[in-house]
Ligand binder design. Structure first.
Ligand SMILES: [Zn+2]
Length: 214
């Protein structure tokens, strides 16, 4: 997926880019509410002279690309909570409702996971627009009592864990289970992070235990 940075000017009407500094704490997920607009259409709308609303977002994503319209350390007006945490401390991502829905969702999951990972955050940092203001948004994930939202978070978690769920990531593979349990019992390894690489210093500690008998 292509990631395009195409910021709207600070002079954009209706205060759509207020230029207020933001230290984000959350990522807020939306869908555009427009069944036919692409990411490029949405970006163009932000600077369209006939647009009279004070509403904006940070990143829009569709079936083929993501476009960043406002820097991620500046406020955008997307959460409907005035000067609350949604607007003032969250990165707003709009998912397009046009085109290939599966592909769009896949792109949104990947983008979200990347943003979380870069910040060392987990899925507990994710919010719906709905969480801030009660609006039914992202509406494409709302049917069946927000089943799509729960799935979205699971998919982001899976992406964060490198395609594995957390529970399998913290378990040794079946073929290694015997040896893993033995090494733990013998005190050679501490029994954590079964899928991580061994560093040279960790190897030295293991060597000292095995060869040095310590
Ligand atoms: Zn929304």
């Amino acid at each position: 997926m292509q990631y395009i940075v195409d910021h709207i000017p600070r002079t954009t009407p209706c205060n759509r880019r207020p230029g207020l500094a933001m230290s984000p704490q959350y990522i807020t997920i939306h869908s555009t509410g427009n069944p036919s607009s692409t990411a490029r259409n949405e970006r163009a709308w932000l600077t369209n002279p006939s647009n009279k609303v004070t509403a904006s977002w940070h990143i829009v994503v569709d079936e083929k690309e993501a476009i960043e319209a406002i820097p991620l350390n500046e406020v955008a007006w997307h959460a409907g909570d005035g000067s609350g945490q949604g607007n003032r401390a969250s990165i707003g991502i709009e998912m397009c409702e046009s085109g290939n829905r599966v592909k769009t969702l896949e792109n949104a999951v990947k983008l979200t996971a990347k943003l979380l990972k870069e910040r060392g955050w987990g899925v507990d940092r994710l919010r719906r627009h709905h969480d801030w203001s009660g609006k039914i948004c992202p509406r494409i994930l709302q049917p069946n009592n927000w089943a799509g939202w729960e799935q979205f978070k699971r998919d982001v978690q899976k992406e964060l864990s490198g395609g594995e769920t957390v529970s399998t990531k913290n378990q040794p593979s079946p073929w290694a289970k015997d040896a893993w349990e033995w090494a733990k019992k013998e005190g050679l390894l501490d029994g954590t992070r079964p899928k991580d690489n061994l560093t040279r210093e960790e190897f030295a500690v293991v060597l000292q235990k095995v060869v040095g008998g310590k």
